[in-house]
Each structure stands twice: as C-alpha cells, then as structure tokens.
Design a binder for this molecule. Structure first.
Ligand code: KG4
Ligand code: ZN
Length: 389
C-alpha cells in the first residue's frame, strides 16, 4: 500500500510518500519521497508560533512540498481531465484557502494522478487554523485522485515514529505489552498505557504547562531563541562540560505527589524569580539551563519509572519533540538499565523526534481500516484538542 501523508499541525509543512509492504504492525516501509519545510525562521522573530501566520505559510508551501515529495518518489502517473463539476467541488472544499484550488488544478494538469492508495492527514491535536490547511488540502487531493483518506492523531504518529527504525530495518520494533508511552512535546506531557497497538489509556498528564512549552518559556526568559528546547539543551551541555556550580535550587514539582501527573508552571515561575533584575552572563545562562534541564529530567524519569512499576510494563516509548534531548535520553537509558533492566526503552531517531510526516504515514497505515471514501470525507474536522485517550 502506498501512502501519502500530510502534516500541518504546527510550524512544519510536511508531505511524505511511504510504501508499506505487509500488514501493520509487521510491515516494512520504504520512504519513497519526503519533503519538510520548517517555518521556524519565520516564527523565531516573534518568539513563538502565531497560528494565523503558520496557516498562511502552510498555504504557501503545501503544493511545493507535494511537488517535491512526488518528484522524489518518481511514481507513474496517469493524465487526467478535471471537469467543471469537480473543479467546483474543489473550490468548495478549499473555500477557506481559495488560492490553493487554482494552484492545485494547475498542478494536476502538469503532473496527472500518481499511484497512491491512501492519503493520511493529521487532524489534531495542534493549532486549528494550521490543521485545517492540511485537512482541506488532503480532502481536495482525495477527490482529485479518487483516493481513500484517513484522519490521523499527531500523537499516535509520535508514538509510532519512536519505534520506527529507519536506519536498521525499516520496520516497527517488535515491542512487548503492556507498554508505557511518555509523550513530551510543545503541547503535551502525558503518560499513556498501551495494552496493545492502537489502544491508549491516559494515566498521567501535566496539570498546566507542557514540558516543551516550559523549555520555550524559560529560554525566552534567558534571552534565547525560539524554539527553546535545543537552545537550552546546548547550554546545559556546556555547563556539564565545564562542571559549573548550581545557579539556582529549583523545586522538583510533583515529584512525590503519589500520582503520575506533572506540573511545570511553578518551575518556570521559579526561574523567572531567580533571574529577575539580574544581568546574566553567558556562564550564568548555561548554569540555569542545566539546573532547569536536570529538574525536568528527574521528574520525567521518576514518573516514568513509577508508571512502569505500577503497570508492570515491559516497554517504555518516549516520543514528541522534547525526546530529541540527548541528556534526557542518556539519563533514561542509564537509569532504566540500573533500576528496570528488563524494560526496553525506545527513543526516536533524531530526524524523527520533532514533527514530520513520516510518522503520519505510519499512523495512517495503523488506521487504514478507518479510511473514508473521498466524498464521505467532509466528516473529517480539524480538532486542536484531539485526544489520544
Ligand atoms: O513534537 P514537536 O516538534 O511539536 C509539537 O507537537 O509540539 O515538539 C516541539 C517541542 C518544542 O517545545 C521544542 O522546544 C522541543 O520540542 N524540543 C526540545 C528539543 N528539541 C525540540 N526540547 C528539549 N531538548 C531538545 N533537544
Ligand atoms: Zn509533535
């Protein structure tokens, strides 16, 4: 089955084409085409992502990404004529992004219909104006190509991308259940119990800020660029290398709360107080970044170990943008080796840790049986708060 996937939930416009050979979860996957445009440089100026700006950028780049992925995949195509009736239907689907309909029709005239069996699109969670671009575009493509379409949960994509080994064998790892997933991104911090593929039960979550959000906000306080995660991580590594002394004693929020919930807003406020009215040197910033990252790591690690113990889980999957953090990965791997050596810990490969569309194709394959016919796809809604469990 050949899957074209579309991701526009935040600040990446991404389209991939994957060939799945076999049934989920035992298939092998060939990445035939992969195109990703990051808007980070545009949002950096404003210190964060503005939904309407993100939407505009998705509209501007989605067809170039489609073209790039299709050219890379070099699929056979059949020429097609679009009659007036179909053109009018496309205009209706894309009425919030009218310029896209004309561009799509010229694109179609140039490229024809490629051999795609399924279109997978992120329908949530994320920024709704941004999500709608992908959803409407996917519906229009489905109609134009007469291809089934399946809506995908972005967080399920993160889970699957963490167990997708593109370097070794192009398959999903053969994981043992029960599995615990720790999902840590710009919008999410949650612990999920999986008793099988596709079955999710939320067993813990943040009561306020997501961990990625805390990284981004603390970075801003320290005068660092958006996105804050990699900026803080780099300085924290520097502080460790130089063995800088502690700059602030930060609280370890909810460490002993007795449940699996998190809270990061108090931590962020503690940093704010500690740095208020101070002239910070580059060394101070490195030390604070390390102090912050250490506390975050301690809390995430302790709660993950508790979840593993409570549910007698055999596997831990860490996913979402914050899982790109190398210190976190090292600490998890060494602590699990020491305290829960029977548990297998999965982190995503670096290029699959932040948002991408390969993970959306994997989730699309997992959900292929929910695919809708192109003319029944108006039930797909962008849902900013779409939940996994
Ligand atoms: O999954 P993702 O790309 O987008 C969302 O779905 O939210 O996650 C983005 C988040 C941002 O908050 C970013 O600062 C954080 O992931 N992040 C990191 C690192 N790389 C990205 N946080 C810590 N360390 C990193 N190396
Ligand atoms: Zn994400």
């Amino acid at each position: 089955m050949r899957i074209l996937s579309i991701e526009t939930s935040c600040d990446e416009t991404a389209i991939s084409i994957l060939e799945a050979k076999g049934e989920f979860p035992h298939a092998t996957y060939d990445i035939l085409g992969n195109a990703l445009w990051s808007q980070i440089d545009i949002h950096r100026e404003f210190g964060g992502v503005f939904p309407m700006l993100a939407k505009r950028e998705h509209v501007a780049t989605i067809i170039p990404m489609l073209e790039k992925a299709l050219i890379e995949a070099d699929l056979e195509t059949t020429p097609s004529e679009v009659d007036e009736h179909l053109a009018a239907e496309l205009q209706t689907i894309l009425n919030r992004e009218p310029e896209l309909a004309d561009k799509l029709l010229s694109f179609q005239a140039k490229h024809g219909v490629p051999q795609i069996d399924l279109i997978a699109v992120t329908s949530g969670p994320g920024l709704e104006p941004a999500l709608w671009v992908g959803v409407n575009f996917a519906r229009a493509l489905a109609l134009l190509w007469n291809t089934p379409i399946v809506p995908v949960n972005h967080m399920e994509g993160h889970v699957l991308s963490s167990v997708f080994d593109i370097e070794r064998d192009d398959m999903l790892s053969d994981i043992s259940f029960p599995t615990i997933s720790l999902l840590i991104s710009g919008g999410h911090t949650e612990l999920i119990l999986m008793k099988d593929w596709g079955h999710y039960e939320k067993i813990g979550q943040t009561r306020d800020d997501a961990v990625g959000e805390a990284y981004d906000k603390v970075a801003r306080m320290l005068g660092l660029q958006y996105p804050g995660g990699p900026e803080i991580a780099k300085r924290a590594e520097q502080a460790r290398k130089e063995k800088l002394p502690e700059f602030i004693k930060l609280p370890t929020p909810m460490l002993n709360s007795g449940d699996l919930d998190f809270s990061f807003s108090g931590l962020k406020t503690a940093v704010r107080y500690a740095v208020a009215d101070k002239e910070l040197s580059e060394t101070d910033i490195c030390a604070i970044a390390r102090d912050f990252e250490d506390v975050v790591t301690t809390v995430l690690l302790k709660k993950s170990l508790a979840a593993i113990e409570t549910y007698a889980a055999q596997t831990l999957i860490v996913g979402g943008g914050v899982s790109a953090n190398q210190h976190l990965k090292r600490m998890f791997e060494s602590s699990f080796l020491e305290k829960a050596p029977d548990v297998t810990v999965y982190f995503p490969q670096p290029k699959l840790s932040t948002d991408n569309s390969i993970m959306i194709a994997l989730a699309g394959h997992a959900r292929a049986e929910n695919a809708l016919a192109p003319r029944g796809a108006d039930v797909i809604r962008a849902d900013g708060n779409k939940s996994l469990a």
